[in-house]
Design a protein around this ligand. Structure first.
Ligand SMILES: [Zn+2]
Length: 414
């Protein structure tokens, strides 16, 4: 779908609002979305109580089996892909309809937590909050997809050409193994929706890219007591360089560079002038050209040396590209808002500072696909032991997905 085709869809969506049978259909979808609650909570308990931290193969295999089984129950053709160096597989299910639009829903099923976490603080519900490791990020999101698919199937809504679902096992560690698969499947879609958790009634229209800035200093070792003057202290030079490199960010462009990890010397050998020292900075940017800019600026700055005889190298390693703000995504967010209006609610488009797989799905050099993130369960405090998901958001979020898919499919079929 070309970018202006999304605008076309918005027009269709607004005109359909006047049709009586539309109201019956959307009421039926809402009713079905509300009825998912007991099953949804049961499945969320099952998934949260399985440890599936990135790299923990036994847990990832259990979640994978759950997802594959569920996808097959909807009649999807399911493929699983090894995703080295990651443990666990990337699961891809495909459904074929009778339309012309290709749609994909995706989310990761790994968490940031270590094995044993689920036993320490198993799934629990307090009022309308569900708690437990990965409850919002992103096991709740995986279930929003599956329950929306269930409603589509039961209501015979298949006006798409293909509806693809992708679950990956390594998002929390930069999707090193699944990124090629994500890019490949995304390139064949008109629209890709991603189910990371929003913090409120929101969708995500832009995310930051992530890079690591590596700083490595080589010096010369020597006895710290008897011949320090014969050494070239790499630790001292590293400290000097870090101070010089503390302002690599650019507030106007939204680029941050923060030195978070430093390493030098050996605690078992405090009597040696260290010959190696290294540091890594966490870099976030919304503009890809910032990778080059930081590399150039930093390379110039490090020429100013404190300790003669040391050698400093700096490299910027891109970990995840940004999902940049773009008009096609904004139009998709407007469609989401329009659908939320059917529920008497509003949805707000937001830009997030973290990085997600939206950066791999989105291709700034192509019209396809249009990407929208933050479609998952509403939640907060992710990556912490207080992480929670809002169970009240479940019917609205399922309704949003079903109506988005219905509208986007019909846009081209008509
Ligand atoms: Zn996530």
């Amino acid at each position: 779908m070309r970018k202006n085709a999304v605008l076309f869809l918005l027009i269709i969506a607004s005109t359909t609002l006047c049709v009586g049978s539309f109201a019956d259909e959307s009421n039926a979808i809402l009713e079905a979305a509300r009825n998912t609650q007991p099953g949804f909570i049961k499945d969320l308990r099952t998934l949260v109580n399985i440890d599936s931290g990135t790299g923990y193969e036994p847990g990832l295999a259990k979640v994978e089996a759950f997802l594959v089984k569920r996808l097959k129950s909807f009649g999807a053709k399911v493929e699983t892909f090894d995703s080295p160096p990651a443990k666990g597989k990337t699961v891809v299910g495909t459904l074929h309809g009778h339309g012309t639009v290709n749609l994909m829903l995706m989310i990761h099923y790994d968490t940031v937590f270590e094995p044993g976490e689920a036993r320490k603080r198993p799934f629990r519900v307090e009022g309308q909050k569900a708690l437990g490791p990965g409850v919002a990020d992103a096991k709740g999101g995986a279930l929003i997809i599956l329950y929306a698919l269930d409603i589509l199937k039961r209501r015979g809504l298949n006006d798409y050409q293909t509806l693809t679902v992708l679950f990956n096992p390594d998002e929390e560690k930069s999707s090193l193994g699944s990124r090629a698969i994500i890019k490949d499947f995304s390139s064949r879609q008109d629209v890709v929706l991603i189910y990371e958790p929003p913090e409120a009634d929101q969708v995500t229209v832009a995310t930051n890219g992530i890079a690591w800035v590596h700083l490595d200093v080589t010096g010369l070792a020597s006895h710290a007591g008897s011949a320090p003057e014969k050494g070239h202290n790499a630790a001292l030079e590293l400290s000097h360089q870090i101070l010089q490199l503390k302002d690599l960010g650019d507030t106007k462009k939204g680029t941050t560079v923060n030195w978070t990890t430093l390493q030098a010397g050996n605690i078992e050998h405090t009597n040696i002038i260290p010959d190696q020292a290294s540091a890594v900075a966490d870099m976030r940017m919304s503009d890809l050209t910032e990778l080059d800019r930081v590399q150039k600026d930093a390379t110039r700055i490090i020429q100013n040396r404190l300790i003669t005889g040391t050698e400093t190298r700096l490299t910027v390693e891109s970990r995840r590209p940004p999902f940049g703000k773009n008009p096609a995504t904004d139009n998709l967010a407007s469609l989401a808002n329009q659908i939320y209006a059917e529920l008497g609610k509003a949805i707000k488009p937001v830009a997030m500072r973290y990085g997600t797989d939206a950066g791999f799905a989105y291709n700034p050099n192509s019209d396809k696909p249009t990407v929208l993130d933050g479609m998952g369960i509403v939640g907060n405090r992710i990556h912490s032991s207080d992480e929670w998901a809002d169970l009240d958001s479940v019917p609205s979020r399922i309704y949003l997905t079903v109506r988005m898919l219905e509208t986007l499919s019909q846009g081209r079929a008509q």
